[in-house]
Design a protein around this ligand. Structure first.
Ligand SMILES: [Zn+2]
Length: 60
């Protein structure tokens, strides 16, 4: 069975583990209503994408 020859340094270990860390969802400001929305997707608050209304959003 393979046995590690040297103890892995803290930096090396942390650098590797950093790739598995969760990151906050990226958001972009909607050009139509100014709300934060995920980029390259129809805005959930106004239903616009690329300056056109794609879906109608019912204001509650
Ligand atoms: Zn919007």
């Amino acid at each position: 069975m393979g046995v590690p020859k040297r103890r892995m340094s803290k930096m090396r270990m942390r650098t590797r583990k950093a790739a598995n860390r969760l990151q906050a969802t990226q958001t972009a400001v909607c050009a139509q209503c100014g709300a934060r929305a995920r980029p390259h997707r129809v805005c959930p608050s106004c239903g616009y994408y690329k300056g056109r209304q794609i879906v109608s959003v019912n204001a509650a």
